[in-house]
Design a protein around this ligand. Structure first.
Ligand code: FAD
Ligand code: PYC
Length: 420
């Protein structure tokens, strides 16, 4: 048997091509569960993996297991449309998403893996005076906070989007847009793989096909988890299982105000480059970007009712396609290739729930709803700090579960970009 290739140079690519790609080393070790760890993380999506990586890298905590019931990134992390931006309204959100955005700027270098981060620019279109007012408020708040966004008039929108049809006959009159020049996209599954690979190199154990059935406590503190592959002891457990988090923690008396809702998207056949900015048009239920492979990536609103269905619903597809064609009629003959859904975990204020909850040693990292991909580096960084020493986690701190009881909501419904 040939030894696995360890260096991914151009010559190793050629060598592997000649040998039918059978010599590549796995990117992360497939670990078997051990009887105990210092920290167990439930959920091998972006948030679980990033927290594990920063625990090992920045805090030297390497006796960590990430337990994933399916395959890495098989949840929302590899079902999203990969949009990255930090143009949120509230100071707490600008701190969290701003930190995440700045970590994305150097993530490929940090993780030694190309995550295809592409800060190509992002416009959020306004079709009414009310939208202009709301977006201008965000632009002002962003400027005050040091996040570079500003309003642009219709002429500038047209020069960024030559294929936009906004003539006087149109249903949606264009008033302007909020522009974030460093908004963009990255490759979603590469982000999960990159964190998994580096965490694994640092000693974190990544255990796929390991379904956590319940969390064990002695009533006051966490003892570990019972899984489809046996019991695992741990004094600290973080649940990052998106919409599966509430049923996992409810038996411990932790009631999370999270609703599971289907959000869907679709991609076209690959086309030559025709759209080099990300376009959000939440007010008319749609958004669009072009992937590096040339596919148009299109999404719309959430389903209007809760559920775990993870599939398309024709009324939403029809509405999204109609609004995209109203804006870009030139796409009317483009063929759609694939369509999928994900179950997003929506909170009442459209902000995540981060921090300790219930018995001593339990943490949650969930409620990311329709917008958690962009937050993966920032949340992982802050949750690792919070798990290690609570007071080092100023960015995550406002997002505790107690904010709902205390009326400290961080209302980001207007900034979520997706109608729901
Ligand atoms: P997930 O990636 O869902 O990971 C949770 C993991 O937990 C899953 O892998 C699941 O299998 C595992 N799990 C669940 N229960 C158990 C158990 N009992 N035991 C073990 N493992 C378990 N966000 C953006 O920022 N930009 C976008 O453009 C964007 N577009 C989106 C488009 C769509 C169609 C969808 C569905 C979402 C979009 N999002 C976007 C939201 C984003 O995808 C999510 O907020 C983010 O991926 C959440 O990551 P996560 O790690 O919390 O969850
Ligand atoms: O959070 O920016 C976002 C987003 C866009 C589409 C889905 N989520």
């Amino acid at each position: 048997m040939r030894r696995p290739t360890r260096r991914y140079s151009f010559s190793s690519l050629l060598r592997e091509a000649r040998h039918h790609h059978r010599g590549w080393a796995p990117a992360w070790r497939k670990a078997e569960p051990k009887p105990s760890y210092d920290v167990v993380i439930i959920g091998g999506g972006g948030h679980g993996l990033a927290t594990a990586y920063y625990l090992a890298k920045l805090h030297g905590i390497t006796k960590v297991a990430v337990l994933e019931k399916g395959w890495l990134g098989g949840g929302n992390t590899a079902r999203n449309t990969a949009i990255i931006r930090s143009n949120y309204l509230r100071p707490q959100s600008m701190a969290l998403y701003g930190l995440s955005h700045s970590l994305f700027e150097h993530l490929s270098q940090e993780l030694d893996f190309n995550v295809f981060y592409s800060p190509r620019g992002l416009v959020e279109l306004a079709f009414s005076r009310q939208s202009m007012d709301a977006l201008s408020r965000t632009a002002d708040a962003n400027r005050h906070f040091g996040i570079k966004t500003w309003m642009i008039p219709p002429d500038e929108v047209r020069s960024l989007l030559p294929m936009l049809d906004d003539g006087p006959h149109k249903r949606y009159p264009l008033f302007g847009a909020l522009y974030q020049p460093r908004g963009g996209i990255a490759r979603h599954d590469a982000v999960a793989w990159a964190y998994a690979r580096m965490a694994s190199k640092l000693g974190v154990e990544i255990i796929e096909e390991c379904d956590v059935e319940n969390i064990m406590t002695d009533g006051a503190k966490i003892l570990g988890v019972r899984t489809s592959r046996g019991r695992i002891a741990a004094g600290t457990v973080m649940v990052a299982a998106a919409a599966d988090t509430p049923p996992l923690v409810a038996p411990l008396g932790v009631n999370l105000p999270i609703e599971p809702v289907n959000l869907q998207a679709f991609v076209s056949e690959p086309l030559k480059p025709l759209l080099d900015v990300v376009v959000l048009a939440g007010a008319v239920d749609g958004y669009i970007s072009q992937s590096d492979k040339g596919e148009l990536v299109i999404g719309g609103a959430t389903d209007r009712y809760p559920g775990y269905s993870r599939r398309g619903s024709l009324p939403e597809i029809e509405k999204t396609a109609a609004s995209m064609l109203e804006l870009f009629p030139t796409l009317s003959r483009v063929r759609m290739m694939r369509h999928w859904g994900g179950t997003v975990d929506i909170t009442p204020d459209r902000s995540p729930i981060l921090g300790p909850a219930g018995p001593d040693g339990l943490f949650v990292n969930c409620g990311w709803g329709t917008g958690g991909f962009k937050a993966i580096p920032g949340s992982g960084f802050s949750m690792a700090a919070m798990i290690t020493s609570g007071n080092a986690a100023r960015v995550a701190e406002p997002y505790g579960l107690d904010r709902f009881a205390q009326g400290r909501l961080i209302d980001e419904s207007a900034a979520s970009a997706v109608a729901h």
